[in-house]
Design a binder for this molecule. Structure first.
Ligand SMILES: *[C@@H]1O[C@H](CO)[C@@H](O)[C@H](O)[C@H]1NC(C)=O
Ligand SMILES: *[C@@H]1O[C@H](CO)[C@@H](O)[C@H](O)[C@H]1NC(C)=O
Length: 295
């Protein structure tokens, strides 16, 4: 077993010096918390009216505070007028629950319910613009971003996440961590049609849902042998079916050397970023995320 934590140490070391100066505030009173999650929040010193909210989800073995130090969302918050929610999952090797029916059901009483309640609390607490709520995350955090998109599409305007899997890929697995999960999903062996993935995501909202789904972009390294590269295409199948857009073209060297932007439809609803020769840790591209969010 690869030491999962060591995968992220380099990313952490690079960013932590700069980001360590930003203080997070622990929050305990954000509402119903059925799976005992933890919440820390970053609020810039100068927050304008009606800020945006970004829900930022850590990798397995990580925490919200560690994720805040390994990314640059805090240093960009004042200029773009947003608050960042950094929750932590203290169970199953600090992974998000992307396997149980509770978490894979809207208001099912699992992690997705607790995270949705944090977002609702934050909109109220900071008088945020409910049309500017976003979710991002890496690895387990991207898997959970897919679950949040499926279970609470009405809460989020857009998603940008790194190195994850389609919503439902780990459904029914005994756990969600490298140590406890059915390995077939991370190995890239769960292959379905777009219609099958879409039906599975839609079924996560009991009673159905006819509203909008968020704009979605996902990043993946083609040398990822931890959450294998086929999971990138499976996510794109799932959300292209739900968003009703088909692959139109590739744009090479976007956003930089080695990256290919895969455009669906006119590029306003769904994008994939394929990183050539990159493994499980695709560097976060904060400015590209913020541009996608439109803030
Ligand atoms: C999943 O959970 C929901 C909400 O608690 C429940 O209505 C549904 O029957 C469950 N489905 C399965 C397959 O257990
Ligand atoms: C688009 O780029 C992806 C990632 O590099 C590649 O797998 C795919 O074959 C490309 N598609 C076309 C039509 O060039």
């Amino acid at each position: 077993m690869v030491d999962f934590k060591s995968l992220f140490i380099a990313a952490l070391a690079a960013a932590r010096t700069a980001e360590a100066q930003y203080t997070l505030t622990p929050i305990t009173n954000w509402g119903d918390n059925p799976s005992n999650l933890v919440l820390d929040v970053f609020v810039p010193e100068t927050l304008g009216p009606n800020p945006a909210i970004i829900l930022a989800l850590h990798w397995c073995s990580g925490t919200g505070p560690l994720y805040s130090q390994s990314t640059r969302y805090n240093s960009l918050a004042a200029a773009h007028n947003y608050v960042v929610l950094y929750p932590s999952s203290p169970k199953d090797n600090n992974c998000w629950d992307v396997a149980t029916n509770q978490s894979l059901t809207r208001d099912g009483g699992g992690d997705s319910t607790g995270l949705a309640n944090m977002v609702k609390w934050a909109i109220d607490e900071y008088s945020a613009d409910p049309a500017k709520v976003f979710v991002t995350g890496t690895s387990s955090g991207c898997m959970m971003s897919n679950i949040m998109t499926a279970t609470y599409p009405d809460l989020f305007a857009a998603v940008s996440c790194y190195s994850g899997v389609a919503a439902g890929c780990l459904a029914g697995s005994p756990g969600s961590s490298p140590q406890t999960a059915d390995p077939a999903c991370a190995a890239g062996e769960i292959i379905k049609t777009g219609d099958e993935w879409a039906a599975q995501a839609r079924a996560m909202i009991p009673g159905g849902y006819n509203g909008k789904y968020p704009r979605f972009q996902t990043w993946h390294g083609d040398a990822d042998f931890f959450v294998n590269y086929p999971n990138f295409a499976e996510q794109l199948k799932q959300w292209s079916t739900i968003l009703g857009v088909e692959f139109t073209k590739n744009v090479t060297r976007s956003p930089g050397c080695g990256y290919t932007k895969m455009v669906y439809g006119d590029g306003t609803k769904l994008l994939g970023y394929s990183a050539r020769g990159v493994g499980h840790v695709v560097p976060t591209h904060e400015e590209v995320d913020l541009e996608w969010f439109g803030i």
